[in-house]
Design a protein. Structure first.
Length: 323
């Protein structure tokens, strides 16, 4: 009788997998039958966000424990790198800290990936701070890179490090340039957490603060659609040339929504209204941001959750106390 063959599951390391977006991405891999290991130092992530079925390892991606993990596991087929310092204001105040986490942490991962034969690294970049004050609207991947904060510089530098490791060692990679991601599990942290901030204020019947005239716009993309983009780019074949932008994909909707409109839509989704208070505009805030997604759509990705539906899902999750 012929012996049955045992097929080993594909293995993925999700750094920052206890965080808002990373935990949804870990969910996606598990649903597709991957063997998932989550690494997070819990500085901002939450242990309860780690999905059942994933192995959780608490460690700093900058430390020696990462290489020990790769050695113990015999490497990973894929590394999905979400762990990062994401606070622009903190990067301005402490640029060395920002560089340690975002640049040195990435280099630690890349060295381990090369040593243990990782097939592909998915790196989470930024579709806001990398482009800066762009002129083309929506912004394509090929737009000029004009980061104006240490955080933006660290993200762009990381993409160049990935390109260098690709050319020097043949390490395959993809850079995902996110717009403003929102959805369940989001913490009210900085500008990127505006949906979570507004949701909690509406839930608690407290006033919403609008900075400036509220006509500044952002491109809000639902976390489930972001996770789907990660799944697609984990295995997709694409024409990857020698230029930096050839391996980068905007993950967004291509649509702009003002802060005023966002507040109205959220209150509509919640079925309750709260006062809107005005505050002075914040210095240096971008007036608009939206990203073109032709490249990603050409691979078969589509926006499945529109803003009204996504806001309703986000608010219900907060109201029900669901993960």
């Amino acid at each position: 009788m012929a012996k049955s063959k045992t097929t080993r599951k594909k293995s993925v390391l999700v750094t920052g997998g206890a965080g808002f977006i990373g935990s949804h991405v870990a969910d996606g891999y598990l649903a597709r039958g991957w063997e998932v290991t989550v690494v997070d130092d819990l500085s901002s992530g939450k242990r309860e966000n780690v999905p059942d079925g994933a192995e959780f390892v608490e460690l700093d991606v900058c430390g020696a424990g990462l290489r020990e993990l790769f050695g113990r596991r015999g490497g990973f087929e894929l590394v999905n790198h979400h762990a990062a310092q994401i606070d622009v204001r903190l990067s301005v105040a402490e640029p060395r800290l920002d560089a340690r986490i975002n640049v040195m942490g990435l280099l630690n991962i890349l060295e381990c990936a090369v040593e243990y034969g990782t097939r592909r690294v998915l790196f989470i970049s930024s579709g806001g701070v990398v482009y800066g004050d762009a002129t083309e609207r929506p912004i394509p991947e090929t737009a000029a890179k004009q980061p104006e904060s240490p955080y933006g510089v660290s993200k762009l530098a990381s993409e160049y490090y990935l390109r260098a490791f690709n050319r020097l060692h043949g390490l395959d990679y993809v850079a995902l340039r996110y717009s403003n991601v929102y959805g369940p599990r989001q913490d009210p942290h900085g500008e990127a957490g505006v949906v979570a901030i507004f949701s909690r204020l509406v839930r608690e019947s407290r006033p919403i603060t609008i900075f400036g005239d509220g006509e500044q716009t952002r491109d809000y993309v639902y976390v489930g659609d972001v996770a789907a983009a990660n799944m697609l780019l984990s295995h997709a074949d694409f024409a990857a040339g020698a230029k930096l932008d050839d391996r980068a994909f905007n993950v967004a909707t291509g649509r702009e929504t003002s802060v005023n409109e966002l507040a109205d839509l959220l209150m509509e989704a919640a079925g309750r209204r709260v006062p809107m208070e005005r505050a002075p505009a914040r210095l240096g805030e971008l007036e608009w941001n939206s990203l073109r997604t032709d490249k990603l759509r050409n691979l078969g990705w589509e926006v499945a959750v529109d803003l009204k539906d996504g806001l309703a899902r986000t608010y219900r999750a907060l109201a029900d106390g669901r993960k």
